[in-house]
Design a protein around this ligand. Structure first.
Ligand code: GTP
Ligand code: MG
Length: 366
């Protein structure tokens, strides 16, 4: 037997087997579809920026639904019998509009019901006009310089922001400083809440974003001293606005009102007309109880304006009507969320339209 021939045959067989296998693999690869090109990631479509009216309408949704939506249902049922009127009474009292106003409205509504002029639109127009009449004369006293730098009447407009703890003072000042800075105003913010270092840091973040200068003191420093220092710096730097963030509580057992009074009075040493505005922040969630807070602050400090915050988290945004009526102090700004854009000028018409889901067809009396 020729072993050489056998080995040669085996080698030839192995080589040709490997060649056939390689060819078959290549053929298979060619037959395989090539991977489809990866499509580029779609550019994220950002939701369109909401207008203030949209934010306000959205923010007032809870009050609209919980109060005015239920009232609409009652009227929508047709006959306004005693049972319906009782239901209406309970809802109106629960809306924290103020007992006197509600009693008056119920009396007038009963008369309206008996006059058979009972369309839903008629009632909505009634509520709109009634609530508007309670606010409009007080609201006319709002100072324009709180909104527009070009309406400024003093070289440095000094604004003290006060209120019990947690109502939204610091957040509101951050939003306000942003609004004014965007108009080109130079804003100095005084961190007079020396109670917590975290509160000052929170304010600093807002000021950095707003491009406003912040004056801070050591933790535990006297709040009135920080206020004084802030105004001094603001005046020296010819700032358009000096906004003072105050504490809602004190680190000592001292009286908050007394400390705020001192903070207010010390400013007059630098500018006898300062502070030009003392704005009290009220949390809508507090409802009519906010009125008691407001009366106390007003008695000691002489509040010149209110800022109504957290309307988005409350069904009691209607309480603004009673508070303005009782206190005779206008609401300057309204807050409907935590975003910088969630604060804007309070106007009776926009507020009532959002609250009642009603827009008068013809201009109403002022
Ligand atoms: N939903 C909602 N939250 C708000 C609004 N305004 C403020 N807040 C929130 O309320 C909380 C308290 O706000 P702050 O600005 O710290 O309140 P403050 O009055 O400065 O509180 P103190 O400094 O502790 O007295 C924060 O979580 C804010 O984001 C608003 O209009 N709507
Ligand atoms: Mg604060």
């Amino acid at each position: 037997m020729n072993y050489g021939l056998i080995i040669l045959t085996i080698v030839i067989l192995i080589i040709s087997g490997a060649l056939i296998w390689k060819l078959a693999r290549k053929k298979k690869e060619l037959a395989m579809p090539t991977a489809a090109p990866v499509p580029p990631l779609p550019t994220p479509v950002l939701p369109p920026k909401k207008s203030w009216r949209e934010r306000l309408t959205l923010g007032m949704a809870l009050s609209r639904k919980e109060v005015w939506g239920k009232i609409e249902n009652i009227f929508g049922r047709g006959e306004l019998n005693d049972e319906a009127m009782e239901e209406l009474e309970a809802i109106l009292y629960g809306a924290d509009l103020g007992t006197q106003l509600v009693a008056e409205m119920l009396k007038e509504l009963r008369q309206q019901v008996s006059s058979k002029n009972n369309t839903l639109e008629t009632f909505k127009a009634y509520f709109y006009e009634k609530l508007k009449s309670r606010m409009i004369s007080v609201q006319a006293n709002v100072s324009e310089e709180l909104f527009l730098v070009n309406k400024k009447s003093k070289p440095t407009v000094t604004i003290m922001v006060v209120g019990v703890n947690g109502v939204g003072k610091t957040t509101t000042i951050g939003k306000l400083a942003t609004r004014l800075s965007r108009q080109g105003a130079k804003v100095v913010v005084g961190a007079c809440d020396t109670f917590r270092a975290a509160a000052v840091d929170q304010l600093e973040i807002w000021c950095q974003r707003a491009g406003a200068q912040m004056v801070r003191a050591k933790e535990g420093a006297s709040p009135s001293g920080v206020g004084y220092e802030s105004l001094k710096i603001a005046m020296a730097e010819k700032a358009d606005y000096c906004i003072l963030d105050t504490a809602g509580r004190l680190h000592t057992k001292g009286n908050l009102m007394e400390e705020l009074k001192k903070s207010k009075e010390v400013l007059a040493k630098l500018d006898p007309t300062a502070p030009h505005h003392i704005l009290l922040v009220l949390d809508a969630i507090t409802g009519q109880n906010a009125l008691r807070q407001a009366q106390e602050f007003h008695k000691t400090l002489g509040i010149t304006g209110l800022i109504f915050t957290k309307c988005d988290g409350s069904s009691k945004a209607g309480s603004a009507v009673g508070i303005v009526q009782e206190l005779k102090v206008p609401i300057t700004y309204i807050g409907v969320g935590e975003d910088v854009e969630d604060l804007d000028r309070f106007t009776v018409e926009d507020y009532l339209s959002s609250l009642l889901n009603y827009v008068p067809t013809k201009p109403t009396s002022n």
